[in-house]
Design a protein around this ligand. Structure first.
Ligand code: NAD
Length: 475
């Protein structure tokens, strides 16, 4: 059994308690993890506070911070296969996907490495001749970064990169469901040479570890990715320390296909949009909204593509869909699909959990037209596509905006003016037109409504980890 350690104040340690981690491909325990309790959280935050104020970190120039981030990016690249393998083993995300994602995790660190010395203040032309006034961008303070199980290395990178570029220190809490890749990543932080206490990496359970971290008086900012119900706890906790928050939450993203779209290419995008990461993706295109005149044709394209997907063990490079991360997750999906079918949804393909000990659920398509199916509104975080149809653009917009979420949306049409109208009317933080799931460190990412607040990626994200100090100097 492999054994992992937490990383606090530059040292690797066992944690107050231990818990077992399960391999989603077979349901068997494969690793032992350190469980951080309140005492560990307190030490981690104090280490980050000390590093922020008294260690070598605050005396480093922005360029020097950038160099450390470049070194970290190189290490991520050098250790990519080990990190990808651990993420696959501990979360069930297939090796094809973890290997591809780790490459752009390194890109994100490089992007923020380059930004570190471009975070600037301004001189202000105040109407007083004897006064010089300018602003300084200073680190916001100790950051608590909390991530869910899917894409942990990536979701941590979009927080750690800009926070370090801005000069902050962090306590990163890995998800209790599959923490191995982030605990291993701590070794790269160590090897890159960040001063002790600058980045601390722990894991533990939400109500104990997560809660102690988010209400800790030493935390100045909480960067949270997870579900909306957990976000509500986080925000309530932040009332105790008055930390600022950025929230990247769930989604039920619409995938709108007009009759004039290139249906073959839209079908490929839809299949990848919903079934990649076994549907455990915040931007999963989980609601297909298709023009009724092409619905049958489009559904038959989707069905044949979904049924050709290779389901298998996640460490096999040929596998295209693997297991879900937890049994809990598979049970949740089974329940929502069963109740949707009872409410009149028709199963086009899939719809029944795999046999055996792994947490498998097959690519599933539900035709929900005329049904009152809960799968159309509930975020399943699994490989289930709910389909509804429309007859005109007005109806497409109404359906697309018909949930409290607003993370991402896909629009498929060859009509450019219609695409522009849709872009303006759809409530979502990211709109992809004739493509889906593209990401870049340069492009901001985040949600409207229940999908969250704040943006990750881009320059603005680094500025969110700063506070402005205004200086008045009598000359
Ligand atoms: P979750 O909300 O249950 O857990 C997320 C993290 O919060 C975990 O580390 C957990 O331990 C911690 N946590 C739980 N209770 C807490 C508490 N009371 N205080 C502080 N921390 C606590 O989410 P999940 O089920 O692990 O992940 C799935 C959710 O994440 C989905 O809703 C998905 O859409 C969302 N997500 C969003 C994005 C995005 O960028 N918008 C990306 C990936 C996932």
């Amino acid at each position: 059994m492999q054994r992992f350690e937490q990383y606090i104040d530059g040292a690797f340690e066992d944690g107050s308690a231990r818990f077992d981690s399960v391999d989603p491909a077979n349901g068997a325990v494969w690793a032992s993890m350190p469980e951080a309790r309140e005492e560990d959280v307190d030490r981690a935050v104090k280490a980050a506070e000390h590093a922020l104020r008294d260690g070598p970190w605050p005396a480093m120039t922005a360029t020097a911070r950038g160099k450390l981030l470049y070194r970290l990016a190189d290490l991520v690249q050098a250790k990519a296969s080990r990190l990808a393998e651990l993420e696959t083993r501990d979360t069930g995300k297939i090796i094809r996907e973890t290997s591809a994602q780790i490459a752009y995790v390194a890109d994100y660190y490089r992007y923020y490495a380059g930004l570190a010395d471009k975070i600037e203040g301004a001189t202000l032309p105040i109407d007083k001749a004897d006064m010089d006034v300018w602003t300084r961008r200073e680190p916001v303070g100790v950051v608590a970064a909390i991530v869910p199980w899917n894409s942990q290395l990536f979701l941590a990178a979009v927080k750690i990169g800009p926070a370090l570029a801005a000069g902050c220190t962090l306590v990163v809490k890995a998800s209790e469901d599959g923490p191995a890749p982030l605990l291993e990543f701590a070794r790269l932080i160590h090897e890159a040479g960040f001063p002790k206490g600058v980045v601390n990496i722990i894991t533990g359970f939400g109500p104990s570890c997560g809660s102690a971290l988010t209400k800790h008086p030493g935390v100045a900012h909480i960067a949270f990715t997870g579900g909306p119900a957990t976000a509500a706890h986080v925000v309530r906790n932040s009332a105790e320390n008055l930390a600022s928050t950025s929230l990247e939450l769930g989604g039920k993203s619409p995938f709108v296909v007009f009759a004039d779209a290139d249906l073959e290419s839209a079908a490929n995008a839809q299949v990848a949009g919903i079934f990649a990461a076994t549907g455990q993706s915040c931007v999963a295109g989980s609601r297909l909204i298709v023009e009724s005149s092409v619905k049958e044709r489009f559904l038959s394209l989707l069905q044949s593509k979904a049924e050709a997907i290779r389901i298998g063990t996640p460490l096999d490079m040929a596998t295209e869909v693997g297991p879900l991360c937890t049994r809990r997750q598979r049970d949740h999906i089974e329940k929502v699909v069963a109740s949707s079918v009872q409410s009149g949804a028709k199963v086009v393909t899939g719809g029944r959990a795999g046999a055996g000990d792994g947490f498998y659920y097959p690519p599933t398509i539900l035709d929900c037209d005329g049904a009152n199916a809960s799968s159309v509104e509930t975020e399943l975080f699994g490989p289930v596509l709910s389909v509804v149809s429309f007859t005109d653009e007005e109806e497409a917009v109404r359906l697309a905006n018909g949930t409290p979420y607003g993370l991402a949306a896909g629009i498929f049409t060859q009509n450019l003016t219609r695409a522009h109208r849709m872009i303006k009317r759809i409530r979502a933080g990211v709109v992809w037109v004739n493509t889906y799931r593209a990401v870049s460190p340069i492009a901001p990412f985040g949600g409207y409504g229940q999908s969250g607040q704040g943006r990750e990626g881009g320059l603005a994200a680094a500025l969110d980890y700063t506070k402005t100090k205004t200086v008045w100097l009598r000359t």
